[in-house]
Ligand binder design. Structure first.
Ligand code: AMP
Ligand code: MG
Length: 423
């Protein structure tokens, strides 16, 4: 299966059977080394960055026991049953602790987040009490220890708060703020050069003639890279000639990764694979996936190279299935295992055994019964099938036709891309 060819001509080798998708993904991800180095930045700027080192809590969170309710704090032994009465001798507010001390039979008014003073081991919620004649009457007694959050309930001093490799989401930013991590060490973002190939491609802000098309893939690629927080280096459109491709490859080789569209199939104007073999190294070509078979993976300079097929749906599907996990790894993150579940298909599905199929589809929730409905036009040039879909139906390689009502694997478009580090 491995092709270690370093020159043109090997595309005709009969032994080069398309590689199963799972194998291609594993090979790609395993071969990626995260971009080195790190930078220290303000936590406020750290959303969607990848943590470069473990963060340890320098303090307990919370730092002291505090009340989880608005109510009254007291010693449980003083008021263990319904109807108990206590004398209110002070109050503890968040940020304004009670400075005195409690004697037997006394309590304080205490608010949510306020420090629990020594001597108080229980808080009764306000709704279960009354005040009468300067006394507190507890109508419904809480259990001992109720409504008190112990020091270190969330995090203990010295504990690892977050692991290196964590992709920082809003909740992660809040957790880091809760231990006073004002600045954090994060990974650099991979620099990803990308370009389109094809003599038929035209810029989107001008006219086109019959036989020409707008270069839509480059916009789709730029958007998918932006969504990943990657620094895209847009190298424009490159014509279908080895000379033009050589120049583009030389420039792109400065980046950490290169993603191209088109020119990677068996056509008379497809030179990407040849130039990759010439100026770099082909690791493998062709994946048993539909759409997207003629994908090329390799290396050029220091950059990992992803030659995606030019059909717009193929470009999008192969990016999601193979490039995205690789870039997550390159960014120092952990590629999430794709989320899939089974739903009955609303319609019959056409399929021949051979390649894993990614049909564009919509999740349905009719009459509270989930199902999935394939988009009617599945051509790999019909990009509308992507934008009117919210999930893939994934049919395994050896699968044949599927009858309506049969459960099929569904992979939603919106799902975690960045997994959690181990530990
Ligand atoms: P290729 O992979 O170069 O053989 O291209 C396959 C199909 O995708 C052809 O119909 C191309 O015109 C189309 N295509 C290639 N590149 C682009 C692009 N950047 N934007 C839109 N369609 C493209
Ligand atoms: Mg082409």
């Amino acid at each position: 299966m491995t092709q270690s060819s370093s020159g043109p001509g090997f595309r005709s080798t009969p032994a080069d059977r398309p590689m199963p998708l799972a194998e291609a993904r594993a090979r790609i991800v395993e071969s990626i080394t995260p971009v080195g180095g790190s930078e220290r930045i303000d936590l406020a700027d750290a959303l969607s960055r990848v943590l470069a080192e473990d963060v340890t809590a320098p303090i307990d969170v919370p730092g002291a026991p505090n009340s989880s309710m608005d109510g009254y704090g007291f010693t449980f032994a003083d008021a263990p049953a319904d109807g108990a009465r206590l004398q209110v001798v002070g109050e503890s507010l968040a940020g304004h602790p009670f400075g005195g001390r409690l004697d037997a039979g006394q309590c304080i008014r205490i608010m949510t987040g306020a420090m629990v003073p020594p001597g108080v081991d229980t808080v009764v919620m306000q709704e279960n009490t009354r005040e009468a004649d300067g006394q507190l009457i507890i109508d419904t007694a809480p259990r001992r220890g109720a409504n008190i959050r112990p020091a270190g309930e969330d995090l203990r001093r010295g504990q690892i708060v977050m692991r290196a490799g964590q992709y920082l989401r809003p909740a992660d930013i809040a957790v880091l703020a809760s231990v006073g991590a004002a600045r954090v060490e994060v990974r650099p973002r991979p620099r990803v050069a990308f370009f389109s190939t094809g003599d038929e491609l035209r810029p989107i802000d001008g006219p086109i003639r019959p036989g020409e098309i707008y270069d839509s893939n480059r916009y789709g690629l730029a958007a998918m890279l932006a969504e990943l927080g990657m620094t895209g280096i847009n190298l424009g459109v490159v014509g279908d000639s080895p000379q033009a491709l050589r120049a583009a490859f030389a420039e792109a080789a400065q980046a950490d990764a290169v993603v191209t569209s088109g020119g990677v199939s068996v056509g008379a104007a497809d030179f990407v694979l040849d130039v990759l073999g010439e100026q770099g190294q082909v690791d493998f070509w062709r994946v048993a996936i539909k759409p997207g078979k003629p994908l090329a993976f390799g290396t050029v300079g220091n950059a990992r190279f992803f030659g995606l097929p030019g059909n717009p749906v193929s470009t999008a599907v192969t990016f999601v299935q193979l490039v995205r996990p690789a870039l997550v790894r390159m960014a120092g993150g952990v590629p999430a295992v794709p989320t899939r579940f089974m739903l009955p298909t609303q319609t019959d599905l056409d399929k021949r055994p051979g390649r894993e199929n990614f049909l564009r589809a919509r999740l349905r929730m009719d009459a509270d019964t989930p199902s999935v409905e394939a988009i009617d036009h599945q051509g790999s040039g019909v990009m509308r099938s992507m934008s009117s879909a919210d999930c893939f139906i994934v049919l395994p390689a050896d699968q044949g036709k599927v009858a309506a009502g049969t459960p099929v694997w569904v992979e939603p478009f919106a799902q975690p891309v960045w997994g959690l580090p181990a530990g």
